[in-house]
Design a protein around this ligand. Sequence first.
Ligand code: A3P
Length: 313
Amino acid sequence: MASFKEIISTLPRRKGWTDSNNDLFLYQGFWCYSFFIEGVMSAQQNFQSQPSDIVICSAPKTGTTWLKSLTFAIVTRTTFDDSTSPLLANLSHDCVPFLEVDLAQSSTNRDPKNPLLATHVPYSSLPRSIIDSSCKIVYICRNPKDSFVSFYHFIARLSASKDMKPVALEEAFELYCQGVSNYGPYWDHVLGFWKASLDRPDKILFLKYEEMIEDTILYVKKLADFIGYPFSSEEIKKGSIDKIVSMCSFENLSNLEVNKSGKHREGTPGVIENKIYFRKGKVGDWENYLTPEMAAQLDSITLQKLNGSGLTL
Ligand code: A3P
C-alpha cells in the first residue's frame, strides 16, 4: 500500500504563501500543507470519537484561539475559576488537543477529563466517527476580508520567526481568492459546516466571530447550553458568565506572560511563538490593508459562493 507521503506526492500542488518550498497540496477538495494532510489521513483511519466529545471546528484565523479558550473555561469551571484556570498559564491551543497533530495516530492519548478536541478539517473530510457519533461540533467563521488579513499577518509573523519571507500581500490575496490557502477554499469550508448545521442543528452550533464580539455573554450562554454545560441561574447571578468572558477577552489573554513570551510546540519543527496568535482581535481591520478594489473583489466572490445558501458573511 502506498504511504501517505507517496499519495501526497501525486496530489495537485501550488506554491504556499512564503518563499520556502513548503507547497500546498489539494486533498479531498481542500488545500493544505503536507504535514497536516498526513495527520488528516491518519486521523481519518484511526480516530474514534466518543459521544461526550466536543469538537471545535474552524478554518484558520477565524477566532479558534478565542473559541477554544471560552469552551475550555466553560467545561472546566467547576474545577477552576478565573484565578486558577490553566488558561492563565497556557495558550488555549495547549489546553485542547488538535486532531490532525495530537490525535492523528491514536485516540487513546487523551485526558479522560477533557472532552474537547479541535480541528481545521472541512466537514466532509472529518473522520467518519465524528460525523456518525452523537458528539457535538461547534464551528466558528469570520468575515473573509478580516480572515484574509489576519491570515496574511500570521504568515508574515511566522515567517519572520523562521527565516522565511512571506509572498507580497497582493500575491497572497490572489491565492486566497483562488481558494489556495491552508484548509481553503475558505468559502467551501464555511459552507460545508453551514449546510451540515442546517441539516443537524442538534449536532452543530454555527457561530460567527463578529456576532460573538458584539454580544459575547449571549453566545457564551448559547455555547454552554449547546455543549451540555448550561449555567445554572445561581451561576448567572454570581456572574460566572461575565468572569469567563473577561478572562477570555483579547485584552486579558494577550497580556498574559505566557502569551507574550511563551511558545507553542516548543522543541518541534512546528514551534510557534504564542504572541503570533494575538494581533488586534478587531472587526473590520481589513480596511487598513485592502484597497477598495480588493475588498470589492472579495465581497463579490463571497456573494457568488454563498448565493442561495441563506448565509451572509
Ligand atoms: P486578528 O489577526 O484580526 O487580530 P485564530 O485563533 O483562528 O488563529 O484567529 C486569530 C484571530 O483571532 C486574530 O485576529 C487574533 O487576534 C484573534 N483573537 C485571538 N484571541 C482572541 C480573543 N481572545 N478574542 C478575540 N479575538 C481573538
